[in-house]
Design a protein around this ligand. Structure first.
Ligand SMILES: Cc1cc2nc3c(=O)[nH]c(=O)nc-3n(C[C@H](O)[C@H](O)[C@H](O)COP(=O)(O)OP(=O)(O)OC[C@H]3O[C@@H](n4cnc5c(N)ncnc54)[C@H](O)[C@@H]3O)c2cc1C
Length: 461
């Protein structure tokens, strides 16, 4: 890579999954000036489990941060889909084949271990500077040299930051996306899914006298209990010291009290009420959650965007493709974004804004259709899992019955071999490396991307 390209000023807003992966991928490619601005004082809320799919592992391994994550993660061997009301198994799928097929196993782990390993990887890179506790308050210009306004939360004066490339990895509520859409006159909105999620962690010592739950904790199985309009997915994390549960249910609490953060302290009684017709074992399991530790998330997505790119600014992760969690691919897709951005920008022939814009459009070409297809697939899987009584449910349950005979598709798309092939079989870095020149050369130069275009009045966000 030419020195001028290496010295491009890359500014990343957000140190979540997409921001950390982007910073690390760019540093590994040799970029020298990467600044990450993060609102939170540290890595923020990371107290939950997360699925670590092979497409995520492949990227993290290349970035040199997979090993510590894998060390304490659980290597999933199978999944069991059960009737929530009875605990009766509807379908069972062996997943041991995944490692042989895709070179990485399907693991589940602690979100902290994932975020922290990427963060530690970043800290080893001299090129990356973190600015925690700093809110990006405004966008002064969308380029060709984007300018943002950073406000330290310690009361110091706001200051402007100019970049050559601005990556907005600022999550589902992305202010930069809002401003970009406004500037481009695009009317696309956050979509309320009317679903919410509890995230629950049960520690080994809490269930030490409960052999049935201990057996689940000691297993290498992802279990999903389903019922009308809701389900619970559960697995062991933290070297099997914690049983992690993530639920989905109708969003009734937020509907009554909208929250700026999309999270709320939930009531244990309300949580038990949501699952009151699930089997006694599940009732017992949920009862282990200490009062005061129930936290509920509002689940939102976004209408597909016509573009993720404007001038030399790109949206990353949940800022451009937020998803329901039913395929367990949100973080994995944000991490793929980072890998593709690294591979695309490393192939820049020069530092002109036109070339940067085209390289970012290569990123968009490789990523957008794929990410949006998975968002739709996750929503579809949720609809199938949450069916109430009726013909559609009967049809779904026939599919589960066929599965028991070793036949057909898995209605829980996450566990379906064809869906897994689509998701895990795609090497996003290699695809970018192999197709960069062809895509880059096929793109026309952006209209009127000159040194003054895109400058706007300060947009306060
Ligand atoms: C219940 C649930 C379960 C899930 N399970 C899985 C799973 O098993 N596997 C999986 O792959 N994904 C899962 N996901 C999805 C995953 O958590 C998200 O898709 C992923 O965290 C998105 O990463 P991101 O970097 O785009 O956004 P975020 O992780 O939200 O990061 C955005 C960052 O930007 C910062 N920020 C925002 N605005 C500003 C500003 N103005 N100035 C400075 N900083 C700012 C925020 O503080 C934050 O740190 C799940 C999600 C939910 C809700």
């Amino acid at each position: 890579m030419a020195d001028a390209v290496k010295n491009l000023r890359i500014v990343i807003v957000g140190a979540g999954m997409g921001g950390l992966a982007s910073a690390l991928a760019l540093a590994k490619e040799g970029f020298q000036k990467i600044d990450v601005y993060e609102y939170a004082a540290d890595l923020g809320f990371v107290g939950a489990g997360i699925q670590l799919a092979p497409n995520m592992a492949r990227v993290l391994d290349r970035l040199g941060v997979w090993e510590p994550i894998a060390k304490e993660a659980t290597n999933i061997q199978d999944t069991s889909i059960r009737q929530g009301a009875t605990n009766e198994e509807l379908g069972h799928v062996e997943l041991g084949y995944i490692e042989k097929t895709y070179d990485y196993p399907h693991m589940v782990g602690h979100r902290f271990s994932l975020a922290n390993s990427m963060f530690e990887g970043c800290q080893k890179e001299k090129a990356i500077t973190f600015h925690f506790n700093t809110k990006i308050d405004a966008i002064d210009s969308f380029g060709p040299n984007p300018v943002i306004v950073a406000t330290p939360r310690d009361g110091s004066d706001p200051y402007k930051v100019e970049a050559d490339v601005l990556l907005a990895a600022d999550g589902i509520k992305s202010n930069i996306r809002i401003e970009m859409l406004k500037l481009l006159g695009i009317d696309a909105q956050v979509v309320d899914t009317h679903q919410a999620a509890y995230r629950i962690m049960i520690h080994r010592d809490q269930i030490k006298d409960d052999p049935e739950l201990l057996a689940l904790l000691d297993s290498d199985t992802v279990v999903r209990w389903i019922g009308a309009k809701r389900h619970i997915i559960a697995y062991s994390v933290d070297n099997k010291n914690i049983y992690n549960l993530s639920t989905t249910q109708p969003d009734t609490n937020f509907a009554a009290a909208p929250s700026a953060t999309y999270t709320t302290k939930g009531s244990k009684t309300a949580m038990l009420g949501v699952f009151e017709d699930f089997c006694p074992m599940i009732q017992r399991m949920l009862n282990y959650v200490p009062e005061g530790e129930v936290c509920e998330w509002k689940l939102r997505v976004h209408a597909p965007l016509p573009t993720w790119i404007h001038n030399t600014v790109a949206l990353v992760g949940d800022a451009c493709h937020p998803t329901l969690p039913h395929l367990a691919q949100g973080a994995a897709q944000a991490i793929e974004d980072g890998a593709v951005l690294g591979a695309a920008l490393a192939r820049l022939p020069d530092t002109s804004p036109e070339s940067i814009n085209k390289a970012l459009r290569v990123y968009e070409k490789v990523r957008k259709d794929r990410a949006e297809a998975l968002v739709e697939l996750a929503a579809a899987s949720g609809r199938t899992l949450h069916l109430g009584e009726g013909a559609d449910k009967e049809e779904r349950d026939k599919q589960f019955a066929a599965l028991k005979q070793g036949d057909g598709k898995v209605p829980d798309k996450w566990a379906d071999a064809d869906v897994q092939k689509l998701i895990y079989g795609f090497d996003c870095t290699k695809v970018t490396q192999d197709s960069f020149d062809e895509i880059f050369n096929s793109l026309s130069a952006p209209n009127g991307l000159s040194s003054t275009n895109g400058a706007s009045d300060v947009a306060h966000i």
